[in-house]
Ligand binder design. Structure first.
Ligand SMILES: O=C(O)CCC(=O)C(=O)O
Length: 264
């Protein structure tokens, strides 16, 4: 399965959300020939540009990001994980919602970020948390969806694996200050869940927070297959999907889980 991970520079001073959407649609179209294209978290505004969240909130069904990304997926003929948008959820408030389009441009899955980041500020106070883990069967693999801070919560990933996930897709807007955690956690999730991890972040600075970049693809043995630098960059690679089943068979740690052990 050929994947393209698009690490985007998100610089609110350099580009408006509309300009970035147009530019990103062009980048997605250029990935024709890929099976799956992945974009980062909240790339229209920046994950830390919280004063703009309300103004930029949109509908997953027919908001500006959804319309452009649907057309780009269709034109390129790819599955597109379009990263996340600020979803205007009406009475339920705002959500940090990931969108997945099929190669005909149909929106086939949404995932509302479960673990909101910021403690007492930013999205943690401005948004509503999702409640449901989400997977999706593509022709060659089952993907499990998670977003940025979710990467710190292994129980979510176990739920995704229990639902059949073989490839864990993590759009993010991870800060440079904790880049070491990003890389370590991406590898940890891959090793413990014996799954591919495709973790795609942003470059640049938004909301005063320098972004890590360093998007990463990790195989089910924990080996790093590709890693970006700190600037905008596209990683393209071929994944051997048999490798998940092979790893789980040859080193069957997932089968040795003991559930419900009481703590004395
Ligand atoms: O967990 C972290 O260190 C970063 C998380 C984050 O930036 C986010 O979820 O937006």
């Amino acid at each position: 399965m050929r994947v393209s991970l698009i690490q985007l520079a998100v610089d609110p001073a350099a580009e408006s959300p509309d300009e970035r959407r147009e530019r990103v649609a062009g980048l997605v179209r250029a990935e024709r020939g890929s099976d799956l294209v992945v974009l980062p978290e909240l790339w229209t505004t920046g994950a830390f540009a919280s004063p703009h969240f309300l103004h930029e909130a949109e509908s997953p069904a027919d908001g500006p990001t959804s319309r452009l990304m649907s057309a780009a997926a269709r034109d390129a003929g790819v599955w597109l994980h379009a990263g996340s948008i600020i979803e205007q959820g009406g009475e339920d408030g705002l959500f940090n919602t990931s969108l997945v389009f099929d190669p005909s441009g149909k929106l086939v899955r949404t995932y509302r970020k479960i673990h909101l980041f910021g403690f007492d500020e930013g999205e943690a106070v401005l948004m509503t948390a999702g409640r449901e883990p989400v997977t999706l069967a593509l022709p060659e693999t089952v993907i499990g969806l998670a977003t940025c801070y979710d990467l710190r919560f292994p129980e979510l990933f176990r739920a995704l694996v229990d639902a059949g996930a073989e490839t864990l897709v993590v759009p993010a807007g991870w800060p440079a200050a904790r880049r070491a955690h990003w890389t370590l956690l991406a590898q940890a999730r891959a090793v413990e869940d014996q799954a591919y991890v495709l973790a795609v972040g942003t470059a640049g600075t938004n909301g005063g927070v320098e972004q890590a970049g360093y998007s990463i693809a990790v195989d089910p043995w924990g080996e790093v297959l590709a890693e970006a630098g700190a600037e905008e960059e596209i990683l393209r690679l071929d994944l051997d999907m048999e490798r998940v089943a092979r790893t789980r068979k040859e080193f069957p740690a997932l089968r040795n889980r003991v559930l419900g052990v009481p703590c004395s």
